[in-house]
Design a protein around this ligand. Sequence first.
Ligand code: ADP
Ligand code: MG
Length: 739
Amino acid sequence: MAMETPREREIAAEDSIRVVCRFRPLNDSEEKAGSKFVVKFPSGGDENCISIGGKVYLFDKVFKPNATQDKVYNEAAKSIVSDVLAGYNGTIFAYGQTSSGKTHTMEGVIGDPNKQGIIPRIVNDIFTHIYGMEENLEFHIKVSYFEIYMDKIRDLLDVSKVNLSVHEDKNRVPFVKGATERFVSSPDEVFEVIEEGKSNRHIAVTNMNEHSSRSHSVFLINVKQENLENQKKLSGKLYLVDLAGSEKVSKTGAEGTVLDEAKNINKSLSALGNVISALADGNKTHIPYRDSKLTRILQESLGGNARTTIIICCSPASFNESETKSTLDFGKRAKTIKNVVCVNEELTAEEWKRRYEREKEKAARFKGKVEKLEAELARWRQGETVKPEEQVNLQEGPDVTTPIAPPVEVNSVEMKNKEHEALSEELLAKQTTLNTTASELQQLRDMSAHQRKRIAEMLTNLLKDLCEFGVAIGGDESLKISADSNGKLEEEFTVARLYISKMKSEVKNLVQRCQGLESNQTDCNKKVKILSYLQMKYNFQGGDLTGARKDLKGLEETVAKELQTLHNLRKLFVQDLQCRIKKSMNAEDNEDDGGSLAQKQKISFLENNLDQLTKVHKQLVRDNADLRCELPKLEKRLRATMERVKALETALRDAKEGAMRDRKRYQYEVDRIKEAVRQKNLARRGPSALIAKPIRAGQHHVTGVNAIKPGNRENKSKNSFADENNINSDVKLIYNAYA
Ligand code: ADP
Ligand code: MG
């Protein structure tokens, strides 16, 4: 939230970011996998040193695997409570690979005195402090809880706010605009808010472990206090951040959407790394805070007005050695960053007036001094020598003019001489450099001329090739290039480009035509396939029976015609034969025997042929009869198949309609349950959410909660919480079934 009030940073002080490092014990799977404990903690000293693979790292504190939650809180976080109550901003964030112990450190098991982490301990401590403070102080405490996932800010206290934006207040401090703020007046109320946020976070996702390793969760505590006696107001913001896992993408073996997600998260973490590197560099003027929402939110925490502690969480296993090293390097860089912290104080009108008077006086003094200095300068410019005792003292405040050590003329001459010598030397050096540069320039010129010549040659060759290419493709003759002329390169180049673009379009046309032909070909292939399929079907199932019948008839007709022709031929042949025999009988007996022998052979050959043909004819007639028998059977089978197909089609349509109806019914159920949950949430929050609940210091907050805070929030029974959780889990079940 923005600080809406004017404030002043008078007592700003430089403050390094504190970096502490915590190693968790080896976990079961690491032990099972035989992973070794690769970290060493040098004994003695301040417990601020670790070594891994021979490399030593120093931090503000190093916590060994057996460090208790209590120890970590006391030594790394506790001091932030008094800072925030004194009007400073604070940030604690946990950085490290997934399962290195970030959530264990920040949150732990809330409500368990031993296992609870930093957040619940801070919350308890803030209230304990307030209860022990002066009675004339009034506190307003509000909390917000959101997460950053894929660079989108989701409000965990209002599920409808899924993409909050970061704005700047009038002091140019970024804040999450529109984030729900809950006023709280006791630790239990804070824990309820945390529970609510966590259960909202669970509803939105299917796998919480995976989700929490990919999102950053931010818990913000905003403390404002007013001194009722002198109206002095202080405010402090405390960001408690559990970052996404810092592991490299490659190790997770992510793919597709998961990979995009991982990259996006890594993007905000690498933005964080870049901001820290830029700050650590010290010379960088631009710090890339705007590269991600995370870095914008943490802008005041990194290099701004906040006391910041980074908790580096690490695994000690050999398997994670490289991740651990890069985590430690991150911490090392962060350690060099300096913040400039000051109290966020809102001044009373009285105080403003006092400060205004003070500043006015100061300005008047400075004005006087400037006038004196100008007068002295004018004298120097006129060639006068201003005596030391008359000179304005630059070391002291604006209103004092005490003399300083007198400069001696001789000294100044000597100084000038020395300066002159130095300048001469410099001039000489410059001259030599100039000479070398000039010769280099000449060399470069020669080289460039040579290069130019070569380029021209190459270009000519290229153009020649292009000409040939163009002729081959059959382009426009008018664009032909005179390849042998050396001058007018540019003109030719333009012509060549024209020519190339023409060829390009030509080639495109060709490609299109090719594609057309190819598609034609595939069409033809398809048709051929269909035809052969139809033929197969025709062979196996009788196919188109009327067609078959037609074919059969045609065949029969052809065969009958052939037979008729054969018959005629046979007749002719027999006639001819008889004629010949008669002739031969009438002929003289001395005729050659060999001739009649040949004729006889011919006759027997023809008779054989005749027999064969008769056989074929008979066979065809038989086949025809068989096919006629087969035809009705095939017709019956075809009819049966068609009926079956129809029945199956109807069944399919019915099934589809049934599925549609079911789907609609389930959708309706899901919507109904979601609405119920929403109504419950609304009812639970009640109208009191934005009403401030002042807490008076010095009074332990036991009774009167209802009296301070109107509305029904505190009347909510535990049962309503349980109901809601049940409904939420129902929604999740249905959601999962449909996901
Ligand atoms: P992260 O939030 O970094 O992914 P978690 O805090 O969830 O990791 O820790 C992973 C597991 O290791 C949890 O079961 C947690 O209880 C356990 N763990 C983490 N740090 C410690 C520790 N210092 N001592 C004992 N158990 C730890
Ligand atoms: Mg975690």
